[in-house]
Design a protein around this ligand. Sequence first.
Ligand SMILES: [Zn+2]
Ligand SMILES: [Zn+2]
Length: 277
Amino acid sequence: MDAGRFTEFWRWLAEAGLKVHEEMAVEAILARVLGTWRTCVVCHLLWERAFELASRWQYALAEDPEAQAQFVESETLCNRHAWFFKEVASPQTLGRLYRRLHAHVIERMRKLLKGDISRLTADPAQIFQDLIGERTCPLCGDEKAFLEVVLSELTRGLASGSIREAFVASGGCCLPHLASLLSRLPDADTVRYLLGAAVGQLGRSVKELGTYEDETESRKRRYGSAADAPTRALVYWAGQRGMGHAWREYETSFRAERNGGVRCGASCMDDRGGGAR
Ligand SMILES: [Zn+2]
Ligand SMILES: [Zn+2]
């Protein structure tokens, strides 16, 4: 784990997100964001990190010929991150990037057409690689490394007690990230504490969903803090849209071990462009 790699990110988050301009320890940043954000702190941090990185890339891919060449030769964005990047990059950058990527694929297809094409009826994963070349999604790689850092920092803060209060009062973690956190905690006392916090958070969610339903049915739209309760409940269950989580990992092990459990559709299992995750 290369925690130092993310030092700049924490500083950026404190300045841009929390408007704190002096040096701030990661634990203190975590306590602050727990008090500010209303959904899974892990998902939210992964989103902020991906956004910051994609914004820097948008600039590099627009301006830097070396970065462009490297991307066109050996990198790609998986389905999830390609759509994420679309939200960040300018249409001009996207157009330029995909023009070069498509030209690259045309070249490879022409070569395949000139040679032996019998292997194109073999394994689809191999065919996909033959078409686009060996590539990885750098956003997946970065996300995996950053997730390790976030989970370690949260584990440390929960075990030492420094972020416990903030965590209990917060919206907590989505269930996939809660499971990841629980699996890392060093002792039964901290596990009990975290699980107790989750019961409290889910209890508040159920209450807010009740308020939302009552107000909708009686057409008294006062919602207040319950206005986005269904969306927050969805995040609690499945994680934030498009962010890294552990469903895939859990599903794979469930399928292997129990031939059942949590199942996702075939399209979710069939994502071969996922790079490092
Ligand atoms: Zn999450
Ligand atoms: Zn990716």
